[in-house]
Design a protein around this ligand. Structure first.
Ligand code: SAM
Length: 212
């Protein structure tokens, strides 16, 4: 998701206390940026932030960081957070390829990947957020008992992810090809893309990856 250039978005982000500036400087101490010492969950590719903002409202006992590559998208999440001022929600503008420069070993309690970009060309497979290259990055920063939850309506990306995980130190659990009609739907928080694609009749697939 890339919105047309939003004037002033870079400046808004650079000046905001809800955005972690120069995040590499906080590696290993990122939890200290929140008022409460509590578990930390991150969403990679949060888009406009509906999912993570809802979770932060529902769970004040958990800290959340939303990661997004584009300023023009992140600024939408920031607009909402400027109204809500949730103490347990912060954002980072970065490419997730650099995530190990920002989060130290075992620093993260859980990861959400929602409707990640599919990168359909084979030569771009390593850019997919569920490629073996990304699993290797997650392995470093995720606590041993930490989980990675992945939702998408994209069958090719979902199948790729289930095949790819076999080559990693994670395994797939709680797999469903129709989340909204499954036993796991209760308490499901919808993302923007999830609302859009399920309204079109696309079933939502969901898997939870845990360590082998
Ligand atoms: N998660 C949201 C949802 O479900 O509504 C947004 C989904 S949108 C298809 C994917 C988002 O991930 C885009 O906003 C895109 O900019 C972001 N993204 C993709 N690759 C990324 C990366 N390597 N690092 C950070 N953000 C990324």
């Amino acid at each position: 998701m890339r919105l047309r250039n939003v004037p002033g978005s870079r400046e808004d982000i650079a000046e905001s206390s809800f955005v972690i500036q120069e995040p590499e400087k906080h590696k290993g101490k990122i939890k200290e940026l929140f008022p409460g010492r509590q578990p930390l969950f991150i969403e990679i590719g949060m888009g406009k932030g509906q999912f993570i903002t809802t979770l932060a409202r529902l769970h004040p006992e958990i800290n959340y960081i939303g990661i997004e590559k584009y300023s023009s998208v992140l600024v939408r999440a920031l607009d909402k957070q400027n109204e809500l001022e949730l103490p347990n929600l912060k954002f980072i503008r970065m490419d997730a390829e650099d995530i190990n420069n920002v989060f130290d070993e075992n620093e993260v309690d859980g990861i959400y990947l929602n409707f990640s970009d599919p990168w359909p060309k084979d030569r771009h497979a390593k850019r997919r957020l569920t490629s073996r290259q990304f699993f290797a990055r997650y392995e470093l920063l995720l606590k041993p008992e930490g989980k990675i939850q992945f939702k998408t309506d994209n069958s090719s990306l979902f199948d790729f992810s289930l095949e790819e995980v076999v080559a990693t130190n994670f395994k797939a659990t709680e797999v469903t090809y129709d989340l909204h009609n499954s036993e796991w739907n209760e308490g499901n928080v919808m993302t923007e893309y999830e609302e859009k694609f399920s309204a079109k009749g696309n079933p939502i697939k969901r898997v939870v990856f845990i360590r082998n």
